[in-house]
Structure formats: C-alpha cells, structure tokens
Design a protein around this ligand. Structure first.
Ligand SMILES: NC(=O)C1=CN([C@@H]2O[C@H](COP(=O)(O)OP(=O)(O)OC[C@H]3O[C@@H](n4cnc5c(N)ncnc54)[C@H](O)[C@@H]3O)[C@@H](O)[C@H]2O)C=CC1
Ligand SMILES: O=C(O)CCC(=O)C(=O)O
Length: 488
C-alpha cells in the first residue's frame, strides 16, 4: 500500500514567496527505506521558473551587497537558530528521504548550524590587505567584491550540510543564491530553505527551484545572469558543468568523486584501523565522496586485519535509519542500489574474491527498500574496476602489498585524489605518506571521511576543480579581488 495521506506538496521559493512550478507538475520523493512511502511531492520546474528566480536574485543582490558583512552575518545567525529549533524534524525528513540513520542525519544538521555560525562570524573578519606601494604618497589595498548571483547545484548525500556550506559563504560575502537541490532530497532542502525564509532574509536573496538536472541544473549552467556556479556531485556531470560555465565565462567550482584509500601499515593499531575502515567506508552506506573504498594492507598484518574486519562487519545491523537498532540504512535510491550491485558483479567477474556480503537485503520489513549488505572483497588488484571507479556504496576492496612504498604507489594509482588515511605508529611512515599521497585531505590514524567546517576541503587530481571549499578557503571562490590604488 502506498502511504500518501501524510505526503505534503513542497513549493519552489522564489522572491520570498512559495510558488508552484509554472507547469503545475510535481514529482514524488519516495523513501529508500520503503519505496511505497512518499515523503512529499516536489515541483518539476521549468526554465521559466528558473528565469524568475534568477531575475529575483539579480534584483535582490543590488541591496544585499550594500549591507555590511556584519548585518549579513546576523541573518545567518538567525537562520542557524531556526534550523536548531527544527533539528529533529529536518533530520527525520533526511532519514526518511535519503536513508542515512537518524543520528547521522541529526549530526549533519547540527553541522549545518555550526557552518552557518562560522560564516556569520566571517562577516566581521577582514576582507582585504594593505600592500605597500612604490609610491610613498599612495595607499594601495585589496578589497573583496561579491560575484553576483551564485547558482548552487547539490547532491543527495549531504542534503543539509552541502547546500549550507555553499550558500552561507556565498551570502555572507554579498552574493545572492539560486539553489537547485538534488531531486532525491528536495523535501529536506525545502525544509532548510524554510528556515532561511523564517529568519527574515530579504526577498530574492535565497531562491530554490527544484527539478531535473537536465532542465534546471543545465539551466543554471547556461544562464547569462548567473555569475558563478558551485557544484557537488558526479564526475561526469561535474565536468560538463565546468565546461558549460567556462564556455560562457562564468566562475565555477566542482567537487566530484573520490576513490579514497586507507593504508594499514605493518605496525598499525589493528583495532583502531578496523574501526576507522568500517566507519569511513560504511557509514551513510558508503555514500560519501570521502568514503574509504580501498583498503591497502601490508602483508605482515593482512590476515589478522581481514579476520578482525569481517568479524566486526558481521555485527552491523542493516535496516531503516529511523530504528534505533540500525547501524546502516539503505542506498539512497534504486538507481544507486543498482549501481552498487553492478559493481559487485563486476568485482566477481574480474576475479576478486567476495569475502562478505554482496547481496541485496530483502528480509521481512526491508523488502520494499533499497538495502544492500556491507560488502568486502579480498584479493583485489589495483587494475580492477572496483579498485578504480567510485562505487558510492558499502563496498570495501582489500589490496595486499608488501611494503609502504608499494602501498603508496597503489594508493596513488587512481584518477581521483580527495581523501586518504594511514594507520601507523612510525613517524617516518607518516611523513612519507603526508609527502607522497596525492590527496586534498591526508589523515593519520583517523578515518578518510569527516570534514571539519573551518578547514579547507577539496581534492587533488580529478576530484575537484582544484579549488577548495569551507573555512577561509571559501572567500577565494565567492568573491573577486579588487586592487585599489589611492593617490591623494
Ligand atoms: N562527490 C559527491 O559528493 C557525490 C558523488 N556522486 C556520484 O555520482 C553518482 C551519481 O549520482 P547522481 O545523483 O546521479 O549525481 P549527479 O552528478 O547526477 O547529481 C548531482 C547534482 O547535479 C544535478 N545535475 C544532473 N545533471 C545535470 C546537468 N546536466 N547539469 C547540471 N546539473 C545536473 C543533479 O540534479 C544534482 O542536483 C553516484 O553514484 C556517485 O558516484 C553523487 C552524489 C554526490
Ligand atoms: O566526509 C564528509 O563529512 C564530507 C563528505 C562530502 O563532502 C561528500 O560526500 O560530498
């Protein structure tokens, strides 16, 4: 039976008003824990809706940029407070809509609050430098100017934190925003945008248009009045977004895939390494761009590590993320489940040994959800598809190496370079890893996932557009530098 009675319809937010799409069409957002459950109806918007949102953002920017950073920051403090008041509802919606467990969803929402407060404070920090001029009578300094309207295109895996870590800096530096959230998590996004509305932001400063990637996402890429685009999502779409933006001279920032390794050195604390591999690889059902997916283990401890890993994984409870007993929820969508199952089949076909899991979970109560077992492959080699491509699911590939040099070679043998971690007690190993590892985040004795909001976040190689988000790094994308020369 389809549970439709509680499903509400969520509207676009344009110029301070909640409005239906111009074609009156909606899509249902279903729960991955039970595909019969409709979480809500969301607008299947048109190019005209996007045009309206961009026009509103463009007009609103004229006044918004004139406010002081402190005043803009004050609005963000208010948004943070409203989200905090609604944290349980937002987190529960996130769990119902994309499947991650309620504690993870609540943690992510709290992280959104902290990000807002961080960037609210940013409104009081310096926005330029004084630089000595060769002319002793002149004053030369830099000033940060906003870009204009920023288009924000976000994925479903962090439906609260990612929109906020893009919107908060965009706003505090004087830009206005049009966001197109992932369609899979548009109800959660609408609840977040409602908090921006309740905080009293002026009309047009934040606008949300839901819809397909090909119409609304592509519309943002092509729109002449959108000055900059910030994107997180797949490698393939990200590259197309970058090309489209470049073609019309818009600024762009891309965060895309990862194929993150953990190296377990012969001297590692194996219990710690096992915990971190499980947490980094399987939390959020492996659907993080920072998730651990390759586990590169020195031969001296390979068998012992493997045994401990499988023993712990066997204890993980898969189920509905709203149940207190659940450790791992479903994949976020049927498409994602099928992607994961296809990669598992490829792993087997290419000769890896399936050590644990590998099956869809269809036990009573879960048969209508997109559940898959946590999965471990043994005897993986670096050339296999499961060791090269981003799976975005709870699949770990164990790779045996003899030396640390070999471990680093394998760790770097992918096109991505987002996050990497090593477990070792040896300072020499740590220093080699920090120096040689081609990744934007290198972590010692800690899992590959988990980003601190006050530090730069982004990848090397093909994981990003070589830019960084979050912390102080955000100012580089969301502003332009003016060099000012004043001669009295
Ligand atoms: N790095 C990350 O955090 C993420 C990576 N992924 C990877 O991507 C794979 C596919 O997931 P999807 O949700 O399909 O990612 P996607 O890249 O298709 O979607 C990300 C965002 O881009 C939008 N989009 C789609 N087509 C577009 C276009 N032509 N122009 C502009 N925007 C467009 C989507 O509507 C969504 O808002 C996953 O299996 C995973 O490997 C997915 C989500 C997040
Ligand atoms: O590891 C994290 O907390 C952030 C991951 C992330 O940014 C992503 O998956 O898109």
């Amino acid at each position: 039976m389809t549970v439709e009675t509680i499903a509400k319809t969520y509207l676009n937010y344009i110029n301070g008003e909640w409005v239906a799409s111009s074609n009156q069409e909606v899509d249902s957002s279903i729960s991955p824990a039970n595909s019969k459950e409709i979480v809500g109806y969301i607008q299947r918007s048109t190019k005209e809706d996007l045009d309206e949102a961009v026009a509103a953002a463009k007009i609103a920017q004229i006044q918004w940029r004139k406010l002081s950073g402190v005043t803009r920051g004050d609005f963000l403090y208010k948004v943070a407070n409203v989200i905090e008041q609604n944290i349980d509802d937002i987190a529960e919606t996130m769990t119902r809509e994309m499947g991650k467990t309620f504690p993870e969803a609540k943690g992510e929402t709290a992280r959104g609050v902290a990000i807002l407060r961080y960037y609210a404070g940013e409104g009081m920090r310096k926005v330029g430098d004084v630089i000595p001029s060769t002319d002793a009578d002149a004053l030369m300094f830099t000033q940060r100017a906003p870009l204009g309207v920023v288009g924000v295109i976000t994925p479903w895996n962090f439906p609260v934190a990612i929109p906020i870590w893009k919107m908060a800096p965009a706003l505090v530096y004087g830009n206005t925003v049009v966001i197109k959230p992932a369609h899979e998590t548009a109800v959660t996004a609408a609840k977040v945008i409602k908090c921006f509305a309740e905080a009293g932001l002026p009309a047009g400063v934040v606008n949300m248009v839901t819809g397909s990637g090909t119409i609304i996402g592509q519309g943002i890429v092509d729109h002449p009045d959108i000055a900059a685009i910030t994107f997180t999502g797949s490698d393939q779409v990200g590259k197309a977004v970058g090309q489209g933006a470049l073609a019309r001279g818009a600024k762009y920032q891309l965060e895309m895939g990862g194929k993150n390794p953990v190296i377990v050195a012969a001297d590692a604390d194996l219990d710690l390494a096992v915990e971190a591999t499980i947490s980094g690889g399987l939390r959020s059902t492996g659907q993080k761009c920072t998730a651990t997916s390759r586990v590169i283990v020195q031969s001296a401890v390979y068998e012992a590590f493997k045994e401990k890993l499988v023993e712990k994984i066997a204890q993980l409870k898969v189920g509905n993320g709203l149940s207190g007993e659940t450790w791992m929820g479903p994949c976020a969508s049927e498409k994602q489940l099928n992607t994961v199952l296809t990669y598992i089949e490829k792993g087997i076909a290419e000769g890896a040994t399936l050590l644990y899991g590998g099956q869809r979970v269809v036990e009573p109560g879960l048969e209508n959800g997109f559940y898959v077992e946590p999965t471990v492959f043994d005897q993986v080699t670096s050339d296999m598809t499961i060791a090269q491509e981003e799976i975005f699911g709870p699949v770990l590939a164990l790779i045996k190496v003899n030396t640390l040099e070999e471990a680093l070679e394998v760790a770097n043998d992918v096109k991505f370079g987002l996050s990497a971690s090593i477990f070792t007690k040896d300072i020499g190993n740590m220093l080699s890893f920090i120096k040689e590892m081609e990744a934007g985040l290198v972590r010692i004795n800690s899992e590959s996932a988990g980003v601190e909001l006050q530090a730069p976040f982004g990848g090397m190689k093909q994981s990003s557009s070589h830019s960084r988000e979050q912390g102080q790094a955000a100012i580089e994308f969301f502003t332009s530098i003016k060099t000012v020369f004043v001669k009295a």
